[in-house]
Design a protein around this ligand. Sequence first.
Ligand SMILES: Cc1cc2nc3c(=O)[nH]c(=O)nc-3n(C[C@H](O)[C@H](O)[C@H](O)COP(=O)(O)OP(=O)(O)OC[C@H]3O[C@@H](n4cnc5c(N)ncnc54)[C@H](O)[C@@H]3O)c2cc1C
Length: 288
Amino acid sequence: MNGDVLRKALLACLPEQAILTDPAGCLPYGYDNSRCQAQPDAVVFPTSHEQIVRLVHFCRDQRIPLTCRGYGTGTTGATVPIRGGIVLSTERFNRILEIHPEDRYAVVEPGVTNQQLQEAAGQAGFFWPPDPTSAAFCSIGGNLAYNSAGPRAVKYGTPRENTLGLIAVTGSGETLKTGVYTTKGVVGYDLTRLLIGSEGTLGIITQATLKLTPTAQHIHTLRAIYRNVHAAARAVSAIMAQSVIPCALEFIDGQAIRIIQDYSDIRFPEGSGAMLMIEVDGPLAGLR
Ligand SMILES: Cc1cc2nc3c(=O)[nH]c(=O)nc-3n(C[C@H](O)[C@H](O)[C@H](O)COP(=O)(O)OP(=O)(O)OC[C@H]3O[C@@H](n4cnc5c(N)ncnc54)[C@H](O)[C@@H]3O)c2cc1C
């Protein structure tokens, strides 16, 4: 299908302003942080579940490859349309629909960035634990599809432990509603956890109900230097065997320490072979 024919056909699924077929406009949606690249035939910007259902049916009927994309910060090339076809960008499908502090959950569309959610939840005294370093420019849909997390995973877990339910569109255009709104959800197959980490291969997530955690009263950060990696690893094992565990634990090896010293004014003690950045949170009395 050439660009004009494809554009006309897509008008049955989406409004005109949500369809891009000009090759130069489509180009930036053909690569991600993997540095792989392929040219899509079209890029679409749906803003509703129903539009995505129509689009999936259309692509399935016409046998056109459909690749889902958040903000393209992933490093595996999963958003690169290697067989051409249509890239579905969630960047305009980006509303925070509900925040319920009393029930500790938020409902969001997939194109909301991690940081936008953190800011909105923060105003209510909560946060969503998954904290990839790319928070400012990665989507909740991408976080869920990759099960992305950062240093806080050591205490609070990944998206799998922090998602209550999902709405998704399968490859055959069916709607899946998974999960619960409650902290305890014990019945039936756990399709929420199955969809999380599936990299867009099992369905396109159109809505997520995310478990919120109250913001800690205090956070203390500690830097610990070790002679070598083995000593740091023994310290990590000892820390993790205690009843109070850190909310973030980052390891830096000797080579990284050398690079930091070469490219900054930061100085480490002579013979530093490894470092741990340890963050603990909770009530002030418990941190002393
Ligand atoms: C500077 C930098 C720092 C990073 N730090 C971290 C980190 O600390 N921890 C970490 O885990 N990752 C990190 N990453 C990788 C990346 O940012 C994350 O994996 C992030 O979750 C990807 O989000 P995205 O919106 O860019 O997704 P994309 O790259 O656009 O897509 C990723 C995957 O999700 C799928 N997808 C996107 N939206 C949906 C949807 N709605 N439904 C179904 N599938 C969907 C895509 O098809 C693809 O398979 C980092 C990347 C950069 C560039």
